[in-house]
Write a new protein. Sequence first.
Length: 184
Amino acid sequence: MKYLIFILILLYPINIFASSKQSIKNKLENIENISFKFIQKIGEKTEQGECIISYPKKILCRYDDIYNKILVSNGKSLVINSKKIKNYLRYQLKDTPLNLILDKKFLIDKLDQMETIKENDETFSFKIEHNNNLLNIFFDKLSYEIKGWTTTDVYLNRVETNLTDMKTNIMIDQKVFKIQNYIN
């Protein structure tokens, strides 16, 4: 009996890990889109706004600033535009860390490969290194929803993004991800 109790105590953390990992995976698999508010820190600078993600690889973010900054991806290109810049900035999505975040299948596959997931009082997290991109993604410990991520931007700045007011599987007009709507 002592040996059985000892074995159960040893296996208990493994069961918690497997259960948490499966719960996060299940949550991701059932999400078609997400809308949320965000706070983003890049060095000392803080920005905030609202985003919609539609899987696979589409995002629209409107920043709460005087320049009406917009970030939009149609799944292939990523455009950033605002009144502050003369011309919009356009990147190939595949060259940005958002390419990983916006690829639900990729996240699920990487989660399956994880041997350990870090946890603290509020979140589970795991790191992904892929094509010179490092992504640390956080999930709420109770709801298993994405709570945020840290990445490095194209200028090698650490970018920390925290999500709030999440809504999943809402009605979205896919035309909002049309890049031509946001370039001058």
